[in-house]
Write a protein that binds this ligand. Structure first.
Ligand code: ADP
Ligand code: MG
Length: 733
């Protein structure tokens, strides 16, 4: 056995081959460092209940409980006996442990009154929760068996706080605890990456102490301090990376594009049919100022669906065109790109028709570049881009990768950032001689800490107010299983809207036919639920049934781009009454005449996604209505989520809820086996203050030592921690 161990020491040198193999194959833990950073999921205290009643059937659990009684009874179907032990946790709930075969020794061991940790998969039998043949260790006083191993466990659990690790069936939590203790006995923590001044100033434990305390807490207070210190490491590493990135980007050169006295922008403002909201005006100033500096703008514009981001973006683009440059607007789909293109042409009117008969004096051109253009149209568009005739170029993200050359790309606007990763942002830099200014727009409100964490290298502008005259959206849950009549009423409601001259969306989670695609929500079959409703199956049923006689169109991501475009166009023109669609309509589709949306299997969508979806209705002056149809029963968490969506239109609140649930999902889901993530302890929802403090320290440090030359330990530890998590989060986002 090794005398000392460090982060990199292989576990097999420390805990023996067999256990090391199990840790590697079941939990992906290979080194001492892996294990030391495999933190307990929770801590149980003897006498404190774990709430057996909340255990979900099918879950792999570890329960701390006290044996209440045991009984041996003959088995019904087979010969032999069954030992049943009833275990309670003080919450009033009980759990039955069953063991097959004659096991008199076990009955002696499981004496009433003894506490133990019991691990297994929860099943249900005649309404009672049980664990079949669970693994267990018994704790504390009165142990009679002299086995050395058992003695060790007793020692291990003698403390008040019992760590419960993310475990696997083959590697229960107490085996992990034993390994951790073995490793800690020889472990030398790496050099503390946190500068001593920061540690002192923020009252943080040393790394070594924190790592020991988090596994074997001496008191609750110390545990709290240990967690806080380790959360700091996570937050600090993320913030340092972002602040550094921002710091570097701020020093790049960019061509300033200051506002012109008279020009396109001024002409555009003069012909705008409405007044800008205060928010739009403020954002306009922020953006204008950024564009005027000799460093590239990196700004995130977030604003509710319908808050009027497009006009803000367009005004920024016009400022750049006035200053002699070009602006590109990137949309996540071709449908949206085409829509933006038409929208911008509309808004610009004669200002966007340079070279045509009715153009204004200082007009520019708008080019659409998408993959579905015919060869001739594409060549023409590209010519306008490369010659600089097109001041504004609209396209999908593909614009970045294809051989599209600009005469002088000054600004890139990215619509719907959550479909747009960091690498893509980076790819932009290659597109211009000097890095262009970048404005990213998102309609998914981002909780502050997430903004700080995921978009921490951007400046943030927020449009918090909707343009006046906008009607609120009324949302209701339609419980199809409990009240089938409500569903009939929903369809009738839709018909009424159509009869009044309006249009409607019906949204389904799935396309149908063939395997599910990334566009589709829900995971069919897996858990025994029926497959989510599909556009291609629902549309004909509606046409025959409740929506008989209405003009119905079908839209989903697998349609060829020109077909998608044709359908969107005819819906926008009012030639279709109803669009049965997947979430392709989620982002940005703008048809103000649509007033009702019916979301089928609404529980298969995320909270933010639903909020986003319903933003498609109520965009005109008529009030919008969104009906969330679900078979989820009252009292289930799925139903609660829908109720939350129905009860508020506060996007920030919903975004937080979404975040909370994602985290919950991570914690409670099938991840007992402990999937590795670099934000292990930090909660973007609850650790707001800590994240803010970490950011402040990061800013101070980067100002004084931008490349961390004087903080090598920090530089190393950071590199390891950050990249993966960011990438992961952006994907999920
Ligand atoms: P989003 O922020 O979701 O992209 P849009 O830019 O598509 O929102 O704007 C939604 C609608 O609101 C559009 O039809 C647009 O013309 C209209 N709009 C934007 N700004 C104003 C305003 N200041 N007053 C009235 N209507 C506005
Ligand atoms: Mg938009």
């Amino acid at each position: 056995m090794t005398e000392t161990s460090t982060m990199d020491t292989p576990l097999k040198k420390l805990v023996g081959d067999k256990t090391a193999k199990a840790l590697a194959s079941h939990l992906d833990l290979h080194t001492a460092g892996d294990l030391i950073y495999h933190f307990p999921r929770r801590y149980d205290e003897r006498g404190e209940h774990t709430d057996i009643r909340s255990l979900e059937v099918g879950e792999q659990v570890t329960v701390l409980g006290q044996v209440q009684r045991t009984a041996v009874r003959p088995m019904r179907q087979r010969r032999g006996n069954l030992l049943e032990a009833t275990v309670g946790d003080g919450s009033g709930g009980t759990l039955t442990l069953t063991f097959f075969g004659n096991q008199a020794w076990r009955e002696r061991e499981l004496r009433p009154g003894r506490w133990g940790l019991f691990a297994g998969k929860v099943t249900e039998f005649r309404g009672k929760r049980q664990l079949n043949g669970p693994e267990y260790v018994l704790l504390g006083d009165g142990a009679t068996d002299g086995e050395a191993a058992a003695q060790e466990e007793i020692e291990e659990f003698a403390g008040a706080l019992i760590p419960v690790y993310p475990a696997a069936a083959a590697v229960p939590t107490w085996v992990i605890a034993r390994c951790v203790r073995v490793v800690l006995d020889t472990f030398t923590a790496p050099e503390d990456p946190l500068p001593a001044e920061v540690r002192a100033g923020r009252n943080l434990l040393k790394l070594d102490t924190a790592l020991r305390e988090i596994h074997r807490p001496s008191t609750k207070e110390m545990l709290g301090k240990a967690r806080r210190r380790l959360k700091w490491d996570e937050a600090f590493a993320v913030q340092l990376t972002l602040v550094q990135r921002k710091h570097r980007a701020a020093s790049w050169p960019a061509r300033p594009r200051p506002r012109a006295e008279a020009g396109l922008l001024a002409a555009f403002d003069a012909r705008l049919p409405y007044e800008l909201t205060d928010g739009q005006r403020r954002v306009g100033e922020e953006v204008a100022a950024d564009l005027s500096t000799a460093h590239p703008m990196h700004r995130l514009l977030q604003g509710e669906v319908g808050s009027g981001k497009t006009v803000c973006a367009l005004r920024a683009m016009l400022q750049v065109v006035d200053a002699g440059g070009q602006a590109a607007l990137l949309a996540p789909t071709e449908v949206l790109a085409a829509q933006h293109y038409r929208g911008i042409l509309d808004l610009l009117g004669p200002l966007g028709r340079a070279g045509e008969l009715d153009s204004a004096d200082n007009a520019t051109r708008v080019a659409l570049v998408t993959g579905s253009l015919g060869a001739a149209a594409r060549r023409r568009a590209l010519e306008q881009v490369v010659s600089g005739d097109a001041g504004i170029v609209v396209g999908t993200h593909a614009l970045l990768y294809e051989g599209v050359d600009f005469a002088d790309l000054g600004l890139v606007v990215v619509d719907e950032q959550h479909r747009f990763g960091v690498e893509q942002r980076d790819a932009l830099r290659a597109k211009a001689e000097q890095p262009p200014h970048v404005l990213v727009m998102t309609a998914t409100p981002i909780p502050r800490t997430v903004a700080m964490t995921v978009y921490g290298d951007l400046e943030v502008s927020t449009l918090s107010q909707l343009p006046r005259g906008r009607s609120p959206i009324a949302s209701h849950v339609v419980p199809a299983a409990e009240k089938p009549a409500y569903l009939d009423r929903a369809w009738r409601r839709l018909r009424e809207e159509v009869a009044a001259g309006h249009q409607a969306y019906v949204v389904c989670p799935r396309i149908g036919e063939g395997p599910a695609t990334a566009e589709e929500a829900g995971e069919p079959g897996e858990d025994g639920r029926r497959a989510p409703l599909a556009v291609l199956e629902v549309a004909p049923l509606l046409a025959e049934g409740p929506l008989h006689g209405l003009r119905i169109g079908v839209l989903h991501g697998k349609l060829p781009a020109d077909e998608k475009d044709a359908i969107m166009r005819s819906f926008a023109a009012g030639d279709l009454d109803v669009l049965v669609a997947t979430t392709v309509i989620e982002v940005g589709v703008d048809v103000p005449n649509s007033t009702v949306m019916i979301v089928l299997d609404a529980d298969r969508f995320g909270v933010s996604q639903l909020h986003q979806l319903r933003g498609r209705v109520g965009r005109g002056s008529a009030p919008g209505i969104c009906l969330l149809v679900t078979e989820a029963l009252e009292g289930t968490s799925a139903r609660e989520r829908l109720d939350a969506v129905a009860s508020t239109t506060d996007g920030f609140r919903l975004a937080e809820l979404d975040l909370e649930q994602r985290r919950e999902g991570d914690v409670l889901g099938a991840t007992q086996s402990g999937r590795r993530s670099h934000l292990r302890l930090l909660s973007l929802l609850r650790d707001t203050d800590l994240i803010r403090d970490a950011r402040a320290e990061a800013i101070a440090l980067v100002e004084e030592d931008p490349e961390l030359e004087r903080h090598p330990a920090l530089a190393t530890s950071m590199a390891a921690l950050v990249d993966e998590e960011r990438a992961e989060y952006l994907e999920k986002g």
